[in-house]
Design a protein around this ligand. Sequence first.
Ligand code: ASP
Length: 614
Amino acid sequence: MIKAFSGFEVVFLEIINSYFYLKFKENNMYRTHNCGELRLADKGEEVILCGWVQRSRDLGGMTFVDLHDRYGITQLVFNMETNSALCERARKLGREFVIRAEGRVEERSNKNLKLLTGEIEIVVNEFSILNKSEIPPFTIEDDTDGGEELRMKYRYLDLRRNCIRNNIILRHKVALEVRRYMDEAGFIEVETPVLIKSTPEGARDFVVPSRMQPRTFYALPQSPQTLKQLLMVAGFDRYFQIVRCFRDEDLRADRQPEFTQIDCEMSFVERDDILYTFEGLAKNLFRHIMGIEFKDPFIKLAYNDAIVNYGTDKPDLRFGMKISDLTEIVKNHGFTLFDTSEFVGAICAKRCSGYTRKQIDGLTEFVKKPQIGARGLIYVKYEIDGNFKSTVDKFYSQEDIKRWADRLKAMPGDLILILAGERKTTLSALSELRLEMGERLGLRKKSEFVPLWVVDFPLLEWDDETKRFYAMHHPFTSPKPEDIHLLEEDPGRVMANAYDLVINGVEIGGGSVRIHDANIQKLMFKVLGFTDKEADEQFGFLLNAFKYGAPPHGGIAFGFDRWVAMFGGQDSIRDFIAFPKNNSGRDVMLDTPSTISERQLDELRLKFREEELL
Ligand code: ASP
């Protein structure tokens, strides 16, 4: 049975089944059943249903109305011959009117086997309109005519559509499953405050002005990072929280200014204890939500190997197509681009030597997009007859190119794609090109999942613009113990005790073993460019706490919205959040961010700068 459906369908059917017969059966005047509940076995029963009119059709002497609610759709039928007055009234029902209908369950002559209620209909003997509806701005069906902006403006109507509602139900199911697993593993869910202190954690903070203490601000947490560490100092031992986080960043399809994490922390553990615990969570979710078993431990890939082989620290391992470094073997043939590039790398697309000019041009356009950043694309076609045809034939003999092909393990019929330039950007462009080719060749199957741990990250990243180091994860991540001595002499070489869970090219979670020694934490702040005074002002609370017996600890946080979207088979997290924001961070339904009154501004003692008002 599981094989016949996609993971999402299995979940969906399960959800439907578990909610058909409400555990606490309603016993009120509105309804005896919901719109997804009645079956042939109920034939002859007198029932009352409530719901929204999806559609009505007049056929001969009959009027059919599809009544929908969260649970399903049931067909109502009105007969002109037996009750013409009622039928006339039914004909006037508009889309999305809310009605209450009483009638008898009958067997349908024209059965609809796509619907679980498709074998029956309700022959209505009375109905009342509970509320009228204006004509909705888009059709409330899976295949809607509503564009994104319109759907968001009327999100409450969008949420009435099965496909969106099912996403939200899936989210609920995943949250329940997370809580069950974490509880069984001894974790305690603790709420942490939403109004906290602004501390540099990577992204920009959202801030909230304080009325009671003018000129001061709270910040909304980018994550409860320091608070969960304090809970470890407090001896909670195992903490988790499904928690809202806020980051004032530029948005993409998989980013929202407010998003939800499964945030976790444990004491008296080393890296592998943490990975084991959360691999368990991941496997458990895949088992219960998707019906997929992972028997083997997840692959562990060092950050450096991920970058060298895939050009990214979040590789999609559903397919191979690794990057090969050609920098040295292509040099000294008079081809300036290769001679002067810091890095020349290539991937091999199997059985693509037949790519047309147009297809290659398309790929060239792709790599030249500003967000990808390559200057151009060089290709080699390994023809079926064993010859090479390339854009650089002038500079390289067939034997030269054969050496590249061997390095790439290319075979006749394959297409080699080469990019050259600065190392970091070229590797990242190759990563994008690899994903694009994987997509074109159908190698990124939605039903397949390849999780892996990326480990051994560098602790710090050098930023050329500001001429300083930044923490690659965050400032609380512990260096590998064997590298601590390098922190002052050669910070760039220090490796971190950090890890990410990556699934199908998406970073689902990340965390680290933390620093629990106040002196090392102080040193870390120093390396990050904080003076003692600044470190104390911003993180005094943490440094202080570390003086009172901080246990060794570490943890992880997962992007809950992303995880649910992945289970739901979509890239964008937006439709897995009931009321999301658009790409400019607006809630178009609430029409916010919006201005506040002069009085509110006065109370907060806030004033716009003159130039902002112009
Ligand atoms: N607080 C971190 C984050 O939000 C995750 C962690 O290290 O536990 O990325």
